[in-house]
Ligand binder design. Structure first.
Ligand SMILES: Cc1ncc(COP(=O)(O)O)c(C=O)c1O
Length: 372
């Protein structure tokens, strides 16, 4: 059957038997009235910790809460300054504001699309922040992740890592989530490790932070009706935990399939005005999305070709954080070298999801090639 459309992303490709295994598990949880909490959550957290090689992995309601919880757990308070990248998903900025702190946007590097050490240093010197949220976009990390971690630690800046897009990603052969001081992720269904609904997690090597996280996600409870902190309800559901447990068994195959797509695009789309970008050589990517850049003036024509061929695409992200209309009242400062804006105007993401077929990939490549 010839391919006539490819979605940007689809959530309906699972391994044979996955659906039945999940539904069977749901029936069993239902019969035990295990809806929130229970052994399934502990089991899932142990599996997450094992996979990511983290000391503590704690499930919560979603990836935005995870950042807010992490900020609160490390002691970020009202009016503290927190650095965030100018290129990220809005939730990173939002989380800082939601805990009462003041976000400072810091531009990214045009080639690596992430922070670099020099700009980070400049921002720390200029703004003297309490904390920073480093975001690992596209399933990559900055090649200078370890240098930024070291600099932050030596200069008293608490570094939180928003790993919503980097589950399974490695730096110098080590798990990014497992080696961070404190990191967060999202299990929104479209993520590399998705759940059956909204969910997220916090990972940390610090025992005190882990204790704070557990308290914050459950109404600041120290006992059932004793409350030591103002927290909120950010508990993870049992069905989501079950889904994550089952998905973790297949995560390596899913990442392999996504990376196959990324590599195929890179190899097949050489020598065009549209160039596939990859993470630096010390980073092992997870294939969260395929990233390509094109001259902003040529992007509309490529988009038209994709639309005409029923191919989904993304522009992750179409605007810098500091330029969002909702940012202005909260922005406590910025370092803007024009790079996040340039990336937002140049980026174009091709379809990339687990178990995309070789026919689908070939169809996308043919359409992109023909559009020039
Ligand atoms: C970088 C980043 N941070 C935070 C989030 C928020 O996660 P959630 O949608 O689970 O709240 C996302 C989700 O898309 C994200 O990509």
């Amino acid at each position: 059957m010839s391919i006539q459309q490819v979605p940007f992303i689809t959530l309906n490709r699972f391994e044979p038997g996955f659906r039945d295994e999940f539904l069977g598990g749901v029936a069993s949880l239902f019969d035990k009235t295990q809806f929130v909490g229970g052994p399934i959550v502990g089991e899932m957290e142990a599996n997450l910790a094992k996979y990511t090689k983290s000391k503590h992995a704690i499930g919560c309601a979603n990836g935005t809460d995870a950042i807010q919880i992490a900020l609160r757990a490390v002691g970020v308070e009202k009016n503290d300054k927190v650095l965030v990248p100018d290129m990220t998903f809005w939730a990173t900025f939002e989380a800082v504001v939601n805990v009462g702190a003041n976000p400072v946007t810091v531009d990214v590097n045009r080639e690596a699309c992430h922070w670099d050490l020099a700009t980070f240093q400049k921002a720390v010197e200029q703004f003297k922040p309490k904390a920073a949220v480093m975001v690992h976009l596209y399933g990559w990390v900055t090649p200078q992740t370890l240098e930024i971690r070291k600099y932050a630690q030596e200069n008293g800046v608490i570094l939180i890592e928003d790993g919503a897009q980097c589950f399974g990603t490695e730096i110098n052969g080590e798990s990014v989530l497992g080696t961070a001081l404190i990191a967060t992720t999202s299990f929104y269904p479209a993520k590399v490790l998705g759940a059956s609904g909204d969910a997220g997690a916090v990972f940390t090597s610090n025992d005190e932070y882990a204790k704070n996280v557990r308290t914050l996600i459950n109404h600041g409870r120290t006992d059932h009706y004793s409350h030591g902190m103002i927290g909120w309800n950010s508990r993870i559901g049992a069905y989501e935990s079950l889904f994550l447990n089952l998905s973790l068994k297949h995560i390596d195959a899913r990442i392999k399939s996504r990376m196959n797509a990324v590599k195929f695009y890179e190899e097949s789309l050489q020598g065009l005005p549209y160039k596939i970008y990859r993470a630096a050589s010390n980073v092992t990517e997870n294939g969260y999305c395929s990233v390509g850049m094109i001259d902003p003036g040529l992007r509309p024509k490529l988009i038209e070709s994709l639309k005409a061929a029923n191919i989904g695409y993304g522009t992750i992200y179409p605007g810098a954080m500091s330029k969002q209309s909702g940012a202005a009242p909260y922005l406590a400062g910025k370092i803007d070298n024009g790079n996040a804006h340039h990336i937002s105007q140049s980026v174009l993401n091709l379809p990339c999801f687990a178990y995309i077929t070789s026919d689908e990939l070939q169809y996308v490549v043919d359409v992109v090639k023909k559009s020039f």
